[in-house]
Design a protein around this ligand. Structure first.
Ligand code: MCN
Ligand code: MOS
Length: 766
């Protein structure tokens, strides 16, 4: 069964525009997922499939002294035991900027241990169960060395200054010292994990020197490049396949060492190999969000006008790798201030290198500044909403450029109105319902409009249906659906007649799905490709002597509802299929991309396989961002200190929405993740062994339905021509930004207790 077979008309009945960009078409991949027909990467059934299981370091630092594989090798069904000594060395691959790598070998299994959970060996067996059993028999001994457990370890120190993160204007320290009102506080966020439902894993299969990898991926072309470089084979020889993804949230953009292990094993055995991480391994096999510390100082007038912001941030990184979580990203754009200074350090600890998790940087950054401005509001006795409006940045205070569009004031107004903010009683602990203290908090969020390039192929088939192909992906955001709508609108066919194929690196290329940029890029590319296909179709209809329109001598035709007619309705009307049959064409195909016209093959390769795009969100005359304002009610049980979020109203500016139903769903997903971050999520480090204690979904708490109230989202965006071809701005990450501070601010309003350390658990309210 294909997605197309399963599809029914399912746009909102009230909305006739589901075939158009902006219509509320339901997810076209929904039925396949609901019925189980959707095959995820590692569900491929391949002849001769063998199963690999990883063995991980149990110490956080030191060296592997010896690995005894004898028992594992003799265990039933075992085909291969890989250790640093037996796995063939690979080549070091370039980083995601495409920086040429040093010519040194790369070994995906470690001898030198930098964190607990590092892969040290792997067992491959006929069955998964045999591999699990044999992996338990691998005996690894270590020369353990002292480790730095986390940011609060006394050995951690101040870390390394990341100068490129410094942002300064005016005289921030002096202005702070001179300010009549001064706020200074430290805000912490813990390690957090993406926790996608589908764990990381892959199937690798070789045919000669060609490698096929079925792997959930946010970036087929980037991962294909890495595999090609590791194994020193041409880029074209690697095929990545990732039709569906059970969530990524930033964690599935890169080829990781477990992928190198599986592909090496497949090569050695001459058989396809499947390797899927266990849930605990997903806590150390790649990084979650880095733990962060920020100090925010605000100097202000008595009327709440900010005079100075001094911001210092620290995030953890690993011993060998580098992750910078840009903590000044929201701090530097949210409010107007004449004096500003933001600096950042990173501290090396014995953990896996942290990674991208929904709004890396903006998310913790907003927790700092949006908590601090709330503290200032109470200090000067001004309503927390009013103080934000008083410090409204009319232009980008850092880039000193006009906003492309900034509907944040509209978001504050619309959100406050829908929430009933005017009825808020200002004093902490002044609103209650029985023994529940009620708190109302507000916070803003933002995410830059990241732009890059994409390419799409549109094919009009003989039966009048349309195919769209792109190596971009859908991990739940709605790419399949919005690209069907874009092609349908551009070509004048029902969306039901469009089949979108994604997630195969053989298709037209796309860059990374990260930074909430894919929708803007790919709607632009599909619009272009479909426009070219339409021109081709109309051109044939007008010029081919066999066409029913030939005699009309028209210079254009109308295509609507899958039927072709003349603009004045004075000629024939035929279906696309009839037209193609009349001119003897079995299909029409056109490619479209968003690259500059004079781009070389090298430019294109770089655009799709690295993140080194020349476009920034502050190019040219404008600064481009999405914006949001969250209004949140919490209820805190006075006896137990338990916090429940009871109401959320968020007003958001993502520009024009390609599909409001899906955008709302994305926003709600982000808000739900923000609720988890505020109240539940924290990777707890066992200081003795450097391990994550709660490395499973029973102990690492993410929100369930019972934790989530009704969430109201309001779109206040207007089309932004500077941000994308069709006027949209980013949606995917925006809404998580600002939720945690809105909740912390609401908790303060409810209880009078300021929690500056996430998550807000009951013991912190005592
Ligand atoms: N959209 C819209 N109008 C716009 C922009 C987007 O209607 N102007 C809708 C579309 O349905 C589009 C979706 O929002 O498919 C997301 O678009 P966009 O903001 O461009 O984000 P990306 O497609 O680049 O998706 C990546 C983004 C990121 S970076 C993370 S992290 C994240 C997120 O999306 N991870 C997700 N949302 C996720 N949603 C799910 N279900 N699972 C994840 O792992
Ligand atoms: Mo999203 S964290 O940029 O994949």
């Amino acid at each position: 069964m294909t997605i197309h077979d399963l599809r029914t008309r399912h746009g909102d009945a009230s909305d006739g525009s589901a075939d158009q960009v902006g219509g509320r078409l339901s997810r076209v991949d929904g039925p396949a997922k609901i019925t189980g027909a959707a095959k995820y990467a590692v569900e491929q059934q391949l002849e001769g499939l063998a199963h690999a299981v990883l063995v991980e370091s149990t110490v956080p630092a030191g060296k592997v002294r010896a690995i005894d594989t004898a028992a594992a090798e003799g265990a039933p069904g075992v085909l291969l035991v890989l250790t640093p000594d037996t796995i063939p060395p690979l080549k070091t691959a370039s980083d995601w900027f495409g920086t040429p790598p040093p010519d040194v070998p790369y070994c995906p299994l470690a001898r030198d241990i930098a964190f607990s959970g590092q892969h040290v060996a792997a067992v491959v067996a006929e069955s998964f169960e045999q591999a699990v059993a044999a992996a338990a028999l691998v005996k690894v001994s270590y020369d353990e060395a002292p480790a730095v457990a986390d940011l609060s370890d006394p050995k951690a120190g101040d870390g390394i200054a990341i100068d490129m993160m410094t942002k300064e204007w005016g005289e921030a320290e002096a202005a702070f010292a001179a300010a009549p009102v001064r706020i200074c506080a430290a805000y912490n966020t813990p390690r957090e994990y993406q926790a996608p439902m589908e764990p990381h894993g892959l199937i690798a299969a070789w045919q000669g020197d060609r490698l096929t990898v079925w792997e959930p991926s946010q970036w087929l072309d980037g991962m294909a490049r890495t595999y090609a470089e590791w194994f020193a084979i041409p880029f074209e020889n690697v095929r990545l396949v990732s039709p569906y993804i059970g969530g990524g949230f930033g964690s599935k953009a890169l080829a990781l060492s477990h992928g190198a292990v599986a592909a090496s094993a497949a090569k050695m055995l001459g058989r396809p190999v499947r390797l899927v991480m266990s849930r605990p391994q997903t806590f150390t096999g790649y990084g979650g969000r880095a733990a962060t510390r920020q100090t925010v100082t605000l100097g202000a007038d008595r009327d709440g006008k900010i005079q100075s912001i001094v911001h210092r941030g620290v995030n953890e990184t690993s011993m060998g790798g580098m992750w910078v979580e840009p903590l000044g990203s929201v701090t530097s754009v949210m409010y107007a201030t004449p004096n500003f200074s933001s600096k950042q350090n990173v501290v090396r600890v014995n953990s896996v290198v942290p990674g991208a998790m929904r709004a890396p940087g903006e998310n913790p950054s907003a927790f700092g500044i949006e908590s601090a401005i709330d503290e200032l509001a109470y200090e000067v006795g001004i309503d927390p909403l009013e103080i934000r409006l008083r410090n409204y940045a009319e232009q980008d205070p850092h880039a000193r450029k006009a906003w492309s569009t900034r509907q944040l004031r509209e978001a504050f107004v619309a959100g406050a109105e829908a929430f009933g903010w005017a009825r808020r009683s200002p004093a902490p602990r002044s609103m209650r319902d029985g023994n529940q203290l009620i708190g109302w908090g507000v916070a803003a969020g933002t995410y830059p409009v990241r732009r890059a390039y994409g390419e799409a192929l549109v094919r009009i088939l003989a039966d009048g249906t349309v195919e769209v192909e792109s190596s971009s992906i859908d991990m739940g955001q709605g790419t399949y659906t919005i690209l069907a709508q874009t092609a349908a609108e551009t070509l004048g066919v029902p969306a039901d007649n469009v089949v979108v194929k994604l997630g195969d690196s053989r298709f037209a290329r796309a860059g990374v799905t990260g930074g909430s940029r894919l929708a803007g890029i790919m709607t632009g590319a599909v619009h272009k490709a479909a426009g070219a296909a339409l021109d081709h179709l109309v051109g044939l209809a007008i010029s081919d002597p066999r066409s029913p329109f030939h005699a009309l001598q028209a210079n254009t035709l109308v295509v609507a509802g899958g039927r072709v007619s003349s603009p004045r309705g004075d000629g024939p009307e035929v279906s696309i299929a009839e037209l193609l049959a009349s001119v003897g064409a079995d299909q029409i195909e056109a490619k479209g991309d968003t690259m500059p016209a004079n781009s070389t093959a090298e430019d294109r390769y770089k655009a799709y396989t690295t993140i080194a795009t020349p476009l920034t969100h502050t190019d040219g005359d404008y600064s481009r961002h999405s914006w949001c304002a969250h209004f949140i009610e919490v209820r805190v049980d006075e006896d137990f200190g338990t916090v429940r979020v009871s109401r959320v109203v968020s007003a958001l500016d993502s520009g024009r929405l390609y599909n409001p139903k899906l955008a709302e769903s994305q926003w709600k997903g982000g808000i739900i993740m923000g609720i988890g971050q505020a109240l539940l999520e924290e990777g707890i480090v066992d200081r003795r062994h450097g391990r994550i204690v709660n490395n499973n979904l029973a102990d690492y708490l993410v929100p369930t339905n019972a934790d989530i109230p009704d969430i109201q989202t309001i779109s206040v965006g207007i089309p932004d021509p500077h941000s994308s071809a069709l006027g949209g701005k980013g949606v995917g990450e925006l809404a998580i930004v600002g939720v945690a501070p809105a909740i912390a601010n609401a908790v303060f309003h409810a209880t009078g207790k300021r929690v500056r350390d996430l998550p807000i658990t009951l013991e912190k309210l005592i």
